[in-house]
Design a protein around this ligand. Structure first.
Ligand code: HEC
Ligand code: HEC
Length: 428
């Protein structure tokens, strides 16, 4: 494994938390001064300061003002959250800023979600959704100590964990649960082939980390203040148990584990440097459709395609020729010539890419756009991607409800623009 910028974070986060510093010192050996630049600090001595004395203040002499504060090796749980998570889960954790990001502070969630559950969700992400893997072991930016800080921060936003007492009867039957799920749950939660607007329960990774108690607690108590009702009033306990038994059958799909090699940070940024510039019909001064980008790609136009997601997601699948410049680490944007058309994408499908486009425009790039439907739609259409073995196009998504203006700026896209999505690829 080649040491990349995230290694620095890892080493220093270990420094703050880990009482056994031997391991830390070994990690430090692989850190070269140049690598410090990724966090915008350029200060290889920063680790000597105690964590408490280390707000980002002196640490952000970035060339042009970048929208999110720079991650530093000493970022606290709150800072990590603000930089990495708030774009989708909102600053207060109430969720819904992007895509289908759920609330992280709902009391019935936090009281039933163990630290291990939170850690798995954050470290491994949720396949087929915009919830990326942030753990170092999956190619994300956070080492264990940083993950712990983040989990502690999220935990602190709501009630303490009390292992849920709900149990599921051994008589529960997935066969009886299936039609109940179809009638009562699927419209929001989707199924294996189709995502819904709510948490994608048909995900093997999720199902492995969620205990019976966690699942049943959610169904019995609901998530107050959201569309997730408390089903205790409308379902018999045995029916709830049958549904949980059915949910368990959703864990039977394979969890994709393969990854491409991590991005080196030296991939060529500009595609077809000798090509003509592309021309696009741009919606709301911001969005270009996947179909247009695909046409420009096939016609060998000169452009840069930026993958705004965490590198762990890039290493699963990315648009051919796309370079990984995560939304929280925008230093490499400086390498993009100002006259090159830049297209940024994510899976949300607008939020993280929107941050990259914002940053580019602040840097003076007039031609910086969001790929409207994001990578999931690109992938489902069979457009060129580089994918790790076994990574398939994600489940189809229903057209999202129009986001509120506050979320997207002046002109949110209409559902019609996202078009109907075929539930499965055509037979040929
Ligand atoms: C690009 C948007 C996005 C970003 C950024 C993001 N999340 Fe998520 N997150 C989601 C979505 C969408 C889901 C629901 C996935 C699903 O359907 O299973 C989710 C799920 C979760 C869950 C599981 C919640 C549950 O009810 O099971 C946790 C915990 C979580 N995110 C924490 C975080 C943290 C902490 C960060 C920052 C490191 C983060 N997320 C960054 C979109 C995002
Ligand atoms: C009207 C839409 C809707 C319906 C119907 C619905 N849910 Fe939900 N469900 C949600 C939403 C939205 C959330 C996440 C709420 C949040 O942001 O905290 C959720 C959360 C959950 C969770 C917690 C997931 C997690 O990781 O936190 C489980 C489990 C769940 N629902 C199961 C069910 C089951 C089983 C049914 C059918 C009996 C059902 N839901 C019906 C909308 C719905």
């Amino acid at each position: 494994m080649s040491p990349g910028p995230p290694d620095v974070l890892i080493a220093l986060m270990a420094w703050n938390r880990d009482p056994g510093r031997n391991r830390l010192l070994i990690l430090m050996v692989s850190v070269t001064p140049a690598m410090w630049m990724w966090a915008g600090t350029g200060d290889a001595t920063a680790h000597a300061a105690p964590a408490e004395a280390a707000p980002a203040a002196g640490a952000v002499p970035a060339p042009a003002a970048q929208p999110p504060p720079a991650l530093t090796p000493r970022s606290t749980g709150a800072q990590l959250y603000a930089i990495l998570c708030a774009p989708c889960h909102r600053a207060d954790g109430s969720g819904g800023a992007a895509d289908h990001a759920p609330s992280l502070i709902n009391p019935t969630f936090l009281e039933s979600a163990s630290d291990a559950f939170l850690r798995t969700a954050i470290g491994n992400g949720r396949a087929g959704t915009s919830m990326g893997a942030y753990g170092k072991s999956r190619g994300g930016p956070l080492v264990d100590a940083a993950l712990s800080r983040l989990v502690a921060f999220v935990r602190g936003l709501g009630p303490a964990y009390r292992a849920p007492r709900e149990t599921v009867s051994r008589q529960a039957s997935a066969d009886r649960g299936a039609p109940l799920y179809g009638r009562l749950c699927q419209s929001c939660h989707g199924n294996v082939a189709m995502r819904g607007e709510a948490v994608h329960l048909a995900d093997a990774g999720f199902m492995k980390s969620a205990s019976d108690g966690f699942l049943k607690h959610a169904i019995v108590k609901g998530r107050p203040g959201t569309k997730m009702l408390a089903f205790a009033t409308t379902m018999k306990e045995a029916e709830i148990d049958d549904v949980v038994a059915y949910l368990r059958t959703m864990a039977n799909q394979p969890v994709p584990n393969a990854r491409l090699p991590e991005p080196t940070g030296h991939e060529a940024i500009v595609l077809n440097p000798q090509g003509k510039n592309p021309t696009f019909t741009v919606k709301d001064d911001r969005f270009v459709s996947v179909a247009q980008v695909h046409e420009a790609f096939v016609a060998h136009r000169r452009m840069a395609i930026v993958d705004a997601r965490p590198p762990s997601e890039w290493a699963q699948v990315h648009i051919s020729g796309a370079v990984s410049i995560p939304y929280y680490q925008l230093g490499r944007l400086a390498e993009i010539p100002a006259d090159v058309t830049v297209l940024a994408y994510c899976a949300c499908p607008h939020h993280l890419s929107g941050e990259v486009v914002e940053a580019l425009r602040k840097r003076g790039h007039a031609a910086a756009f969001v790929i409207d439907e994001g990578i999931n739609d690109w992938h489902r259409r069979g457009y060129p991607v580089v994918a790790a073995p076994g990574v398939k196009p994600p489940p189809a998504e229903p057209a999202p409800p129009p986001p509120s203006p506050a979320q997207l700026g002046p002109l949110p896209p209409s559902p019609a623009q996202l078009g109907p999505l075929p539930p499965a690829p055509a037979p040929h």
